[in-house]
Write a protein that binds this ligand. Structure first.
Ligand code: IPD
Ligand code: CA
Ligand code: CA
Length: 266
């Protein structure tokens, strides 16, 4: 039996580290690519999570974003935790109050549990496969809205290579078809907010598995859909594009994105 309650508790305690961070005195390192940062809190939170989760599920290995000595990046075991210690690091550095701790649990290549915690709003999104998705204990059952009935969210990062022209052409189309657009800066939260019914779609052309693994269970258990932009199965081993939405909006945006020359390989 997996102790999901202990995992949830651990994710919330990690969120407290983020919430109580002393940003004025934090060390910040630059990583590869443009505008790609890692603060001492990204490291601290990841170390904490791996230490605690190793006790909760000793047979699990870890695929975390940051370089910490306890991050095995080994995907070959039965259980793998996908960890983004701070999803939304740039937001975090600039006091946006929109960052999350994201922890997903995978069993034999299938995501079975997802926890996304935004400590700034004390919002915990959680899903366990076949048991539903919840926000602070309340079941998430979003309406199946179409693009014209809701808010479209998208993400992009300066350090991720993607065709910015095609992305912004697509976003322009979606802006004109929807009620409005947003780019929140934490893919894990922004996908979970589709499950919450706040966004009808989340689109990004390149994300790492640890960015979306946890949120993928949350959106699916809330009755939504998550695939690559062209409709292919999301990859848990390498970066891929992500389209997460209500059933209606997902089908609509997939069609629009394909017309913009993105295909199922992407
Ligand atoms: C980023 C955020 C952002 C998304 C980027 C991600 P990070 O993660 O999720 O919303 O657009 O692609 O890399 O670097 O803040 O953990
Ligand atoms: Ca991330
Ligand atoms: Ca991160």
């Amino acid at each position: 039996m997996i102790n999901y309650e202990a995992i949830e508790n651990c994710v919330k305690r990690a969120g407290e580290i983020v919430l109580n961070a002393d940003l004025n005195n934090a060390d910040v390192e630059k990583k590869a690519g443009d505008a790609n940062f890692c603060t001492e809190y990204d490291i601290k939170v990841q170390k904490f999570l791996i230490e605690e989760l190793s006790v909760i599920l000793p047979e699990a290995t870890f695929f975390g974003e940051e370089e910490t000595s306890n991050n095995s990046r080994d995907l070959s075991s039965e259980y793998v935790f996908y960890i983004d210690p701070i999803d939304g690091t740039t937001n975090f550095m600039f006091n946006y109050g929109h960052s999350s701790v994201s922890v997903g649990l995978c069993k034999n290549g299938n995501m079975i549990g997802g926890f996304v915690y935004n400590p700034f709003q004390d919002k915990l999104y959680k899903a366990i496969r076949n048991e539903g998705a919840f926000l602070n204990g309340k079941k998430l059952e979003p309406e199946d809205l179409s693009v014209s009935e809701g808010i479209v969210a998208f993400g992009c990062a300066r350090y991720n290579e993607c065709d910015v022209d095609i992305l912004f052409e697509t976003v322009k189309d979606l802006f004109l078809k929807s009620l409005s657009i947003r780019s929140g800066g934490s893919a894990a939260i922004d996908i979970s907010r589709v499950a919450e019914g706040s966004n009808v779609i989340y689109l990004e052309y390149r994300l790492q598995p640890y960015d979306f693994a946890a949120a993928s269970v949350i959106i699916e258990e809330a009755g939504g859909v998550i695939t690559k932009v062209g409709g292919g199965k999301i990859s848990l081993t390498e970066p891929c594009s992500i389209l997460a939405g209500t059933k209606k909006a997902h089908a609509e945006v997939m069609k629009i994105a394909k017309e913009k020359r993105y295909n199922s390989e992407f």
